[in-house]
Design a protein around this ligand. Structure first.
Ligand SMILES: [Fe+2]
Ligand SMILES: [Fe+2]
Length: 364
C-alpha cells in the first residue's frame, strides 16, 4: 500500500521505467528468447501491481462518497493511512493535527502502527474524530470485530476530513414539493453552485462526470426529451455538492438547499437515492436507480484511467472487470454496493462500464 506522497512519486517513477523496459524488449526483438519472455512476464506482473497501488492511492484522493460503514479492526492501520491520504493533508499537517512529531508518525506508519501505545492510538482517533464501535463483545474478541466511522458530531465543519464523514440516515422518503414539478436550475446556475460549494477541482470533476453520464443515459436509453435529460444531469451534477463543506451532513444540506430553491422533487429524491445504505432512501424510478449505479462505478473507472499512460484511450471493459475482481484494488469501493445497484436495473455490468467509458472520457 502506498502510504504517502513520497512513496506515490517513487512508485510512479518505477512504473514509468517498467513501461520503458517493456517497450524496449518488445521493440528490439521480433522473436523473444525464453529468458526475455520470462522477464517480460515478470515486468508485466510488476506493472499490474504498481498500477493497482497507484490507482488505489488516486482513488482515495478523489473519492467523494462515505465508504466506511464498517471495517474490521484488523484494518485500523490501513484506515488511519487512508484517512490521511483522503484528507489531502501533508505528512506535516497530519502529524500536527494528531499532535505528534512527524518522524514518530512516519515510524508508526512504516510498521503499520504495530508498536503504537493505546494512549497514542486514542489520541489519533480522537484528533481525527474516528469512533470505534465493538459489536456484540463476547469474552474473547473474535477476528473480524467491526469498527465504524460513524460520528454524531454534526456541528463541526470537517471539510478537510472526508474520511470522518458519517453515514447520515435522512430519516424521510419524500423530498421537495410536488407543486415544484418542472422547476429546474439552469446548467449555469448548477455550475455556479458547484464552484461556490466545491473548491476541490477533483470533486467537481467527479460530479461533472456523473452528470454527463446521467444525461447521456436519459437521452440515449430512456428516449428523454431535453428538460427530462436536464433533470438527470442536474441530479448527477449536484449529488455530492455539499460533501466538501459539510461532510457530516452529506447529503442533507444540498437537499435542503434544493428544497429552498423549490427544485423539482424528482431531482431531490434522485440525489437522496445515491447511497441507499448510507442515506436510508430507496431508489424508486429509473433515474434514482441509475445514479446509484453510476456514482461508484464512475469514480472507479476514472481512477483506473488516471494510472493509464493513455488515460481513457484504448481503455476496455475487460481491464475494469479485472480490477473490480481484484479485492486489493481500490478496496474501499464497495463491490457489494455495485452489485446491489446493478441488481435493481437488470442491465449487464459490461454494458454499463462501456457506457461510462464512452461518455465520461470527454469530461475534463
Ligand atoms: Fe455522495
Ligand atoms: Fe459521488
Amino acid at each position: 500500500m502506498i502510504k504517502n506522497e513520497k512513496q506515490y512519486k517513487i512508485t510512479k517513477k518505477k512504473l514509468l521505467s517498467i513501461y520503458d523496459e517493456i517497450k524496449q524488449i518488445q521493440s528490439t526483438n521480433e522473436h523473444l528468447s525464453a529468458k526475455e519472455r520470462l522477464i517480460l512476464v515478470s515486468l508485466k506482473t510488476m506493472q499490474d501491481q504498481l498500477e493497482i497501488e497507484i490507482a488505489a492511492y488516486d482513488l482515495l484522493k478523489t473519492k467523494a462518497s462515505p465508504l466506511l460503514e464498517e471495517r474490521s479492526i484488523d484494518d485500523l492501520p490501513n484506515l488511519l493511512i487512508e484517512f490521511k491520504i483522503q484528507s489531502g493533508m501533508t505528512q506535516k499537517e497530519f502529524s500536527e493535527k494528531v499532535g505528534m512529531k512527524e518522524q514518530q508518525l512516519q515510524r508508526y506508519e512504516a510498521e503499520n502502527f504495530k508498536s503504537i501505545s493505546f494512549k497514542n492510538l486514542l489520541k489519533i482517533l480522537h484528533a481525527i474524530g474516528l469512533k470505534i464501535t465493538v459489536k456484540g463483545l463476547p469474552l474473547k474478541i473474535p477476528a473480524g470485530t467491526k469498527i465504524s466511522s460513524r460520528t454524531n458530531n454534526f456541528t463541526e465543519n470537517n471539510g478537510n476530513n472526508p474520511m470522518s464523514s458519517p453515514i447520515l440516515d435522512l430519516g424521510r422518503n419524500t423530498f421537495g414539493n410536488p407543486a415544484n414539478k418542472g422547476n429546474l436550475l439552469s446548467l449555469e446556475e448548477a455550475h455556479a453552485l458547484l464552484n461556490e460549494w466545491v473548491p476541490n477541482e477533483r470533486l467537481r470533476l467527479h460530479m461533472r462526470q456523473v452528470g454527463a453520464v446521467m444525461k447521456a443515459w436519459a437521452l440515449e436509453k430512456e428516449g428523454a426529451d431535453e428538460p427530462t435529460a436536464l433533470k438527470w444531469e442536474l441530479a448527477g451534477l449536484l449529488h455530492d455538492a455539499d460533501w466538501e463543506k459539510y461532510p457530516e451532513a452529506h447529503c442533507r444540506i444540498i437537499i435542503e438547499k434544493l428544497e429552498e430553491l423549490r427544485i423539482d422533487p424528482e431531482v431531490i429524491h434522485c440525489i437522496a437515492s445515491h447511497g441507499p445504505k448510507y442515506f436510508g432512501v430507496e431508489p424508486e424510478n429509473t433515474m434514482d436507480k441509475m445514479i446509484y449505479v453510476f456514482d461508484e462505478l464512475s469514480g472507479f473507472i476514472h481512477a483506473s484511467a488516471l494510472i493509464r499512460p493513455t488515460r481513457y484511450e484504448g481503455m476496455d471493459v475487460k481491464g475494469i472487470l479485472k480490477k473490480l475482481k481484484t479485492a486489493s484494488f481500490a478496496a474501499q469501493v464497495s463491490r457489494d454496493d455495485i452489485s446491489d445497484a446493478l441488481s435493481r436495473i437488470g442491465q449487464p455490468l459490461e454494458e454499463i462500464i462501456q457506457f461510462i467509458i464512452d461518455h465520461q472520457k470527454e469530461v475534463l
